[in-house]
Design a protein around this ligand. Structure first.
Ligand code: ZN
Length: 375
């Protein structure tokens, strides 16, 4: 049985629902300690994280990722128990197989193979592992990065093992992510009888034209690295449940995924202008979830592209789509950050799975990147 498959199964069997780590980090750390890594557990609040480093010289190549997973959803809809890793037709099924315990296992096994072949490698290898990526992300990677910055420990390159590929394994590297800005809009009206609208103020009628304008707005054109900004309403709640009552208020939750062609301040200002123009009475609770970040093509992206092409025969394109990731906390330190991992079609879904052949190839890719960057 393959080493990377065995290790992935071992991790998937642990119910590490955010912020629980359920012992995943201890078994990773134990393997790294055997290779000569110094392990530094960094617990913040209720979140387990660890930092590991082998060597003290520059440059420092870091593998990063998260041991936590999202909930399974209705267990009865899964074809097998989500925390019992199950092999079927060359695929391993279970929560976290693709996002991202397969990636964690592959980076660990790649480093094991690389270090045993090159015990005197140049520079240093690091691991930055959190169990707070799928949740609030306040006591995870961001805190570890702050601790490293405070003591002047500088990452040069960071490979995040997040599932990045779309159609075929090897097709996509992520070299950045869009920014994310959420707004929770409360619209104030006056409750009343539907038969006497002149004595009420319907908040749904007030906000509907404003929403239509926000939906139709073209926020920017994007740029060479980012697609145009998107605005999406995720929740719209109002009404008392009765058919003869005009509600007193309405709540709309929306989200911008924005490019580096706009700023969150500009998006806020323009959203307020639309609501004010329509004379909506409202409050907005703005929740910035992360600014856009970008790693321009360079040494790390070239090493990864070359490694992926060598292993899979496909030259991956650089892409900034998808949801946000912990790369947003690492990129501002000046490190080059690239995400590369398995296909992401099943992540967060019922019957999440990963191809075993992809895991084997992922080990080869990571190992080749180590060789290209550290000799
Ligand atoms: Zn993930």
């Amino acid at each position: 049985m393959s080493t990377v498959l065995e290790f992935t199964k071992e991790l998937v069997a642990r119910r590490s629902l955010t912020p629980e780590d359920d012992g995943c980090q201890a078994i990773m750390a134990a393997r790294l300690r055997k290779l000569g890594f110094d392990i530094e557990p960094m617990r913040f609040g209720s979140v387990d994280n660890f930092w590991a480093r082998r060597g003290s010289a520059a440059p420092l190549l870091v593998f990063a990722g998260h041991t936590d997973v999202v909930p399974s959803g209705p267990v009865e809809q899964w074809s097998a128990e989500p925390f019992t890793p199950t092999l079927r037709d060359g695929r391993l099924y279970g929560r976290g197989t693709a996002d991202m315990k397969g990636g964690l296992a592959a980076m660990t096994v790649a480093v094991e193979r690389y270090v045993s072949a090159h015990p005197g490698h140049q520079g240093s290898i690091g691991f930055l592992i959190t169990s707070d990526e799928e949740g609030p992300s306040v006591d995870g990677t961001v805190k570890v990065v702050e601790a490293l910055e405070r003591r002047g420990e500088k990452m040069d390159w960071c490979v995040l093992g997040e599932p990045s590929c779309l159609e075929r394994f090897g097709d996509t590297l992520r070299n950045g992510r869009r920014g994310s800005l959420t707004g929770i809009l409360t619209v104030h009206g006056i409750q009343g009888h539907v038969a006497y609208p002149e004595r009420a103020d319907n908040p749904i009628h007030r906000v509907a034209p404003a929403m239509a304008e926000l939906i139709a707005t073209r926020w920017d054109e994007g740029n060479e690295h980012f697609p145009p900004t998107s605005f999406q309403i995720s929740n719209f709640n109002s009404g008392t449940g009765a058919g003869n009552v005009i509600p007193g208020d309405a709540t709309v939750r929306f989200n911008f995924r924005y490019s580096s062609a706009v700023t969150k301040e500009e998006l806020k200002r323009r959203a307020h202008a639309v609501l004010d123009k329509m004379r909506v009475r409202y409050d907005i609770d703005w929740r910035p979830m992360g600014d856009p970040f970008l790693t321009a093509p360079g040494k790390l992206s070239a090493a990864l592209q070359d490694a992926v092409e060598k292993v899979t025969g496909i030259r991956p394109r650089l892409d900034t789509g998808g949801g946000t990731s912990d790369g947003r906390f690492i990129a501002p330190t000046g490190a080059q950050v690239i995400e590369f991992g398995p296909r992401n079609a099943s992540i967060h879904k019922i019957d999440e799975c990963v191809d075993v052949a992809e895991l084997e190839q992922l080990v080869d890719v990571y190992q080749d990147v180590l060789r290209r960057l550290l000799g």
